[in-house]
Design a protein around this ligand. Structure first.
Ligand code: ZN
Length: 163
């Protein structure tokens, strides 16, 4: 992603009120982010435990989606795949998140849901959690491929929210 200012991040949100966008807590270390290594900027709101935020570039513009984690957590004894970065993790490290859709659909309570890493740290995970069946390939190529797929899936999620 291109580097964004705090104001650009706050203005990017499609599916929450201006008040919420103004008041949300930015990710820790925002000033020092390595934007080039992010397909999405995702974080949980430390002040509002069920809230999370995902900001991506779509059509050369930053697009932010506010998401809400399900209150019930999955068991650490199960394994669940994050549908964005496709990393298989213990159930307590993955959450079902819902996003209110934009426009009339959202006003009618319509949401889009998907399973994502609970910390929304998928951009880091495509670089660090290489599945066993890809470990004998060229690591740089594997990361490039996984990052490109992550970007596509996040955009698909954004499109479902604003469709
Ligand atoms: Zn993930």
């Amino acid at each position: 992603m291109h580097a964004l200012t705090e104001q650009q991040v706050r203005r990017s949100f499609l599916n929450c009120s201006q008040g919420e966008a103004k008041g949300l807590a930015l990710p820790t270390g925002f000033a020092d982010l390595d934007w080039a290594a992010l397909e999405l900027l995702g974080w949980r709101d430390p002040r509002a435990p069920l809230r999370g935020y995902v900001v991506v570039e779509a059509d050369d513009r930053p697009v932010g989606i506010a998401v809400r984690a399900a209150e019930s957590r999955m068991s650490a004894r199960t394994t669940v795949m994050c549908l964005l970065c496709r990393t298989t993790r213990s159930g307590d490290a993955v959450s079902l998140f819902t996003a209110r859709r934009t426009g009339a659909a959202g006003r009618n309570g319509n949401t889009v849901g998907t399973y994502m890493c609970a910390d929304l740290g998928c951009a880091e995970r495509v670089r660090t959690e290489i599945p066993p069946w890809l470990q004998d390939r060229d690591p740089a190529e594997v990361v490039t491929g996984r990052a490109a797929e992550l970007r596509e899936r996040v955009r698909g999620f954004v499109d479902a929210v604003r469709r």
